[in-house]
Design a protein around this ligand. Structure first.
Ligand SMILES: *Cc1c(COP(=O)(O)O)cnc(C)c1O
Length: 412
C-alpha cells in the first residue's frame, strides 16, 4: 500500500475480505478481476441479504394481508428509501424499480412516443452504449423525430461547442451517459442539463457507469431522468432504478400493463395506479430490489469520495505502467475519467491478448464494449479494456502489467 493510499485511510485488506469471489483461483492463479465496468463483484453483506430474503421472508409484496408479505413489502420500500436518499431524490416515488439501465431507457423512450412529433429532434452523444442508441432509433422510426449525434474529440471527450450549436427549440430530449463505459470519460452533464433546459429540452442521463464511482445528486443536477443498474455497483443482476422528476413521471404514459400498475380495472375503463406503481407492472425482482438497497448502503459505508480517490490512484499507476510498453495505445485520455483503460498494442488483436491474460487468471474485457460507434471513430474493431474497482490493488495491477508484457512477447 502506498503512502497516499494510507493517507485516505482506505482499508483495502478489510474490504477485500468482504468479497468471497476474490479468493477464487482461475487457471491455477489467484483471480485478478479487472472487468468491473461489465459487472461488479458482490460483497458478503449483500449476499447475506439475498440468502436472508429467500430463507426467511420470501413473499409477494403490496397485496398480501399476511405477515410475510408485509415484511417483504416493508423491506422493499425501505430499499426504495435508501436509493432515494443515495441519489437525493425529492420523493421516494420518484424512484422506479426496473430490471436495469436498459429497461429504464426503454421505458422513457417509449413514453416519449406520445410526446414527439415529426421533425422534433433528439440529441445523443457519440459516446453511447448500444442500449442508449437503439431505443431512440426505434422512437424516431415511430414518430418521425430526427436523431442527431453530438461528436467527440480524439481524447474521448464530447465537443461541447458542437452540442451548443446543435441544440435548439426543436430539441425535445437529450440523452447521454454520465460516464462512457468504453473509455471512462466523465461527461459535463451539469452544463449539458442546464443548456438543454434553457431550450426546453428534457435530459435523460445513463448513469450505469458513473454510479459505482460518483454519487449523483439528482436535485443538484436538476436532471429529468437518471438510470442505473444494481449489478455495476455491488448489487445483483436484473434490477436497477429509474429516477424521474415527479412532473415527468405523471405526464408519461405507463410502459407495461399488468397487475400492480392499476387503480381499477374494468373492460370499459382502467385507471392507473399512483406513482411509483404506475411504472411497476407485475411482480418485481423483490429480492433484487432489497439487495440493491443493501449494496448502496454498503458502498456508502466505505464512502464514495474515498472510493473515487483510491480508484484514481490505481488508474494513474496502471496508465503510467502500461505506457512503458512499446506499441501501447490508450483510447480515451480525457482529463475527467474514471478508472477504465481501453487499449491496443500495435499489431496484436485484442481478443488474443484477453485470452492469454485469462490463462494467467486475469479477467479483462475485449471487443467493442457495446459501443461500436466509438470503435468506428477510432477505426478499430475493438480494444482490451481493464476497469478497476475499489477492491483492486496495486499488486493486482502489477500482475496485469506483467501479464500484458508476457502476452505481447508470446504473440509477437
Ligand atoms: C452497462 C451499461 C448499460 C447497460 O446496463 P444493463 O444493466 O445491461 O441494462 C448501459 N449504459 C452504460 C454506460 C453501461 O455501462
Amino acid at each position: 500500500m502506498s503512502l497516499a493510499t494510507e493517507h485516505i485511510a482506505f482499508n483495502i485488506e478489510k474490504i477485500r475480505k468482504d468479497f468471497p469471489i476474490l479468493k477464487r483461483e482461475i487457471n491455477g492463479y489467484p483471480l485478478v478481476y479487472l472487468d468491473n465496468a461489465a459487472t461488479s463483484q458482490t460483497p458478503q453483506q449483500v449476499i447475506d441479504v439475498i440468502v436472508d430474503y429467500y430463507s426467511n421472508y420470501n413473499a409477494n409484496i403490496h397485496r398480501g394481508v399476511h405477515s410475510l408479505s408485509q415484511e417483504a413489502t416493508e423491506k422493499y420500500e425501505q430499499a426504495r428509501i435508501s436509493l432515494q436518499k443515495h441519489f437525493n431524490a425529492k420523493k421516494p416515488y420518484e424512484i422506479i424499480f426496473t430490471s436495469g439501465t436498459t429497461h429504464g431507457i426503454n421505458l422513457i423512450a417509449s413514453g416519449f412516443a406520445s410526446i414527439l412529433k415529426e421533425g422534433d429532434e433528439i440529441l445523443v452523444s457519440a459516446l453511447e452504449h448500444h442500449s442508449n442508441i437503439v431505443p431512440w432509433q426505434m422512437l424516431c422510426e415511430k414518430t418521425g423525430a430526427v436523431l442527431k449525434v453530438i461528436p467527440m474529440n480524439e481524447d474521448g471527450s464530447l465537443i461541447y461547442s458542437a452540442f451548443e450549436e446543435m441544440i435548439s427549440e426543436k430539441t425535445k430530449i437529450v440523452f447521454l451517459n454520465h460516464v462512457s463505459n468504453a473509455l471512462g470519460t466523465i461527461n459535463p452533464i451539469k452544463d449539458i442539463i442546464e443548456k438543454a433546459h434553457s431550450h426546453g429540452a428534457a435530459v435523460l442521463i445513463d448513469g450505469a457507469q458513473a454510479a459505482p464511482h460518483i454519487k449523483a445528486d439528482v436535485q443538484a443536477l436538476d436532471v429529468d431522468f437518471y438510470v442505473v443498474s444494481a449489478h455495476k455497483m455491488c448489487g445483483p443482476t436484473g434490477v436497477g432504478i429509474l429516477y424521474g422528476k415527479e412532473e415527468w413521471l405523471k405526464k408519461l404514459p405507463p410502459y407495461q400493463g399488468g397487475g400492480e400498475m392499476i387503480a381499477s380495472v374494468s373492460f370499459e375503463k382502467t385507471t392507473y395506479a399512483d406513482l411509483p406503481h404506475k411504472f411497476e407492472a407485475g411482480t418485481p425482482n423483490i429480492c433484487g430490489g432489497i439487495a440493491f438497497g443493501a449494496a448502496v448502503d454498503y458502498m456508502n459505508s466505505i464512502g464514495f469520495e474515498k472510493i473515487a480517490a483510491y480508484e484514481q490512484e490505481l488508474l494513474e499507476y496502471a496508465t503510467a505502467k502500461l505506457l512503458e510498453i512499446e506499441g501501447m495505445k490508450i483510447y480515451g485520455n480525457s482529463k475527467e475519467k474514471t478508472a477504465v483503460i481501453s487499449f491496443n498494442i500495435a499489431g496484436l488483436h485484442p481478443y488474443d491478448i484477453g485470452t492469454l491474460l485469462d490463462k494467467m487468471g486475469i479477467a479483462v474485457r475485449t471487443g467493442h464494449h457495446c459501443a461500436q460507434p466509438i470503435m468506428d471513430f477510432y477505426k478499430i474493431p475493438g480494444t482490451v479494456r481493464a476497469s478497476f474497482s475499489f477492491y483492486n490493488t496495486r499488486e493486482e495491477i502489477d500482475r496485469f502489467i506483467e501479464g500484458v508484457k508476457k502476452a505481447k512477447m508470446m504473440l509477437s
